[in-house]
Design a binder for this molecule. Structure first.
Ligand SMILES: [Cu+2]
Length: 573
């Protein structure tokens, strides 16, 4: 009853905003065992990992019923969706909701915006590491660059782990046995649910193909390329770009890259009259092994039990096969015999590809900042001997931090049913106790303040510049919920700030270089509790998270109410 009311009333509100279609999807969350030799349970949506493609047009209303058939609680986050006006539909445990208890269900209702390639994934107990993720495509009525391709393909890459993420890997990672904070290392790379050299993409007669690449990994970033072909990038995260041609690109965790290929541009050595004739070519995901904290091929995983003995070794190079004659034969050349493509553009020097230009610059206004926030990222061993991640010396735990905002609210109740920040904003705004921005040394703009527990109050319509200062020797992909942001510049490309004024590239994940920095800007026009975190799943577990409490007064002024289905989740019923 409550669910029906909630869905119906949200739908009315959203439908009033546009002449939208409604797209229904039911997702059963359950364990599967997709690999014959591996006994590892994989968490799946509709008995598939990746889960089913969710597809809609921009402005449509998505109504997604999530039925939890696991024996643990779960939640889904709709990565890249703005959730304007639906802040309780974001799926982020602690910030916007309590998780869906085992055996229960919850219906997410939200508007399909912005357009572009997005994805969904578990946002609780490292469940997406174990397979709980899938693609989302939000189409535009007139797709930018549509004239350059005749066919679409989707490649969703992820790390495969032989061991269950939460019970085995995370518990080792965040233990005194691992004071150096060595991340659990993947045992393989998987694309579209398939291991290396087993994924074939037939061209099926098309010569111009658009690929959407989604990095759904928990740790790894990849260099992507296709042998003998230039890649013409047309979308980064959910920003359509003017075609930007490269020979390869880097994609960090949670980022999305769309490009098209044109087979008429294939290096002639691969043609039947060329020096290396072949009916198929390799698509390459090269894991950037320098990001692993140890020599991954020669490192003995201390937690490894070989309980789930498949696969047995890690190969940093994943090969899929683009079948030119659609007969799914393997290439006639060896993977190591890549021919140099001197005529092609080289690898962009900055991993975020800031030189790619937004497709539509009409009404593309980048406002000047009104507020500032400096965030120092570091890892350090805490007083209990565990290596944790810190932003401005605060590490975020799912048991500790929200109770600090509202002490003793639900004392004695399981950590996961502690009152989400969004509910506190609505029901107990006066007790949030978050300090307002103030001018302090280091910036002429007012600086966003925190309560000392990772909660930052941001006024309505503030334009916030965040300076992410990464003191760690690893590269980190930072993601903002509830909005995307302009990337002003990075330590790899400081010139971008002056080169692209008024036209900075918008993304929702910024890759921050090891011992480097990134400067990003977002507008706080979507009241709610929005997480900002490193998207490496292990680093989230290690506490590299904060939450922006955006415009609580505006949320109340809008008369925002939270429906009973949300409170039911927190009561665990
Ligand atoms: Cu990280």
């Amino acid at each position: 009853m409550y669910m029906a009311m909630r869905t119906f009333s949200t739908m009315l509100i959203l439908l009033a905003m546009s002449e939208a279609a409604t797209v229904y999807q039911t997702l059963y969350i359950d364990k599967i065992y997709p690999y014959r030799i591996s006994g590892k349970p994989v968490m799946a949506a509709n008995y598939s990992s990746p889960g089913p493609l969710i597809e809609a047009y921009e402005g449509d209303i998505l109504i997604i019923r999530v039925i939890n058939r696991l024996n643990v609680s779960t939640t889904l986050h709709w990565h890249g969706m703005y959730q304007i006006g639906t802040p309780d539909m974001d799926g982020a445990v602690g910030a916007t909701q309590c998780p869906i208890p085992a055996g229960r269900e919850f219906t997410y209702t939200f508007k399909a915006e912005p357009a572009g390639t997005a994805w969904y994934h578990g946002h609780w107990l490292e469940q997406y590491t174990d397979g709980l993720y899938g693609p989302i495509i939000i189409r535009r009525q007139v797709e930018p660059n549509w004239e350059f391709y005749d066919k679409e393909e989707l490649l969703m890459v992820t790390d495969w782990y032989n061991e269950p993420a939460h019970s085995k890997l995370s518990s080792w990672y965040l233990s005194t046995a691992n004071p150096d904070g060595i991340e659990p290392l993947p045992n393989a790379i998987v694309v579209n649910g398939k291991f290396t050299q087993s994924l074939f993409i037939p061209v099926s007669g098309a010569s111009r193909i658009r690929f959407r690449v989604i990095n759904g990994a928990s740790l790894s970033m990849y260099t992507f390329s296709i042998d003998g072909l230039p890649l013409h990038i047309i979308e980064l995260d959910q920003t359509a770009t003017v075609p930007y041609s490269v020979s390869s690109f880097v994609i960090n965790v949670a980022q999305r890259v769309s490009f098209y290929i044109d087979l008429s541009e294939l290096n002639p050595i691969y043609s039947q009259s060329g020096s290396s004739p072949t009916n198929s070519i390799f698509i390459r995901f090269q894991a950037m092994t320098e990001m692993y904290p140890v020599d991954i091929l020669n490192y003995n995983l201390p937690y490894y039990t070989q309980r789930y003995a498949y696969p047995t070794f890690f190969n940093s190079l994943y090969l899929a096969i683009l079948s030119l004659d659609s007969n799914n034969s393997t290439p006639k050349y060896q993977p190591r015999d890549v021919n140099s493509m001197s005529q092609m553009a080289s690898l962009p020097s900055d991993n975020n590809m800031l030189a790619a230009r937004p497709f539509n610059l009409t009404n593309y206004i980048v406002p000047n900042p009104t507020h500032y926030l400096n965030l120092v990222v570091k890892f350090a061993v805490d007083s209990t001997g565990i290596n944790r991640g810190y932003m401005n010396d605060v590490t975020y735990t799912f048991t500790g931090n929200y109770t600090k905002v509202r002490p003793n609210v639900f004392q004695g109740i399981k950590p996961e049913t502690k009152e989400p920040l969004l509910q506190q904003m609505v029901n107990r705004p006066k007790t949030l106790g978050l300090p307002s921005p103030r001018v302090q040394a280091g910036s002429s703009l007012p600086t966003i303040q925190s309560d000392g527990y990772g909660h930052y109050l941001v006024p309505y319509q503030a334009v916030v510049d965040i300076f992410l200062n990464n003191t760690d020797n690893g590269e980190h992909p930072f993601h903002l919920h509830g909005a995307d942001f302009w990337i002003i510049a990075t330590s790899n490309y400081p010139q971008a700030e002056n080169l692209y004024q008024q036209a900075y590239l918008k993304r929702d994940v910024v890759s921050v270089a090891a011992n480097g920095w990134a400067k990003i800007r977002f507008i706080a026009d979507n009241p709610g509790a929005w997480m900002f975190h490193c998207h490496i799943e292990w680093h989230m577990a290690a506490g590299l998270i904060l939450t922006f409490v955006i415009a609580p007064n505006q949320l109340l002024a809008q008369g925002y109410t939270i429906f009973n289905t949300q409170y039911d989740l927190c009561r665990g019923v």
